[in-house]
Design a protein around this ligand. Sequence first.
Ligand SMILES: [Mg+2]
Length: 213
Amino acid sequence: MSLSLPQDLIVSPSAPLLIVDVDEVLALFMAGFERFIRRQGYEMRIDRFALFQNLYRPGEAEHLDIVTGRALFDAFFRDGADDLEPVAGAADALADLSQRAGVVILTNAPDCGRESRTGWLARHGFDFPMILNSGVKGPIIAQLAGLTSGPVAFIDDLLPNLESAAESAPRVLRFQTVADPRLRPLAPQAPERHPRHDDWADLKPAIEAAVWR
Ligand SMILES: [Mg+2]
């Protein structure tokens, strides 16, 4: 699906630009989603890097079907997405980086989650323009990168999004970070193509070194 940029988005034509994902980058999504589905009587068992395939009815060996999982996901973004912990160090790092670079938040979430997502970002110190995307992120990253002649960096937890950025916008620097310690050992990665730093204390200097080299 191709998405056009918001009309009111302002990007400096020559400054560096950071394009930053939310879930597992700025927000501890899995932990918040787990609390939400528990309240609905389900449980999460994180034994693979997947979302719906980690959701179970208590006592059952077979994970939930995708329709039920998707319904819970949409319900979370409608009713539960305010209950997310911010990732340690992320707000301070972006506040500092944003003195020298533009920041755009690029999140994949259902449209029903737009309001709670913008509210959550503002409340936790991520008061930057947000784009709600659906599907792979490469095409919209290419559009964003076209707005500045400066260096552009993209930060996400998901390998398919990083691969999509590499394909659609090869000049964009890419970084992987996975905030949830339970997901870290399971996350597909390609660190030679997309350097990975799971802690913002390491991620921030890596971004600085690449963007302002
Ligand atoms: Mg994410």
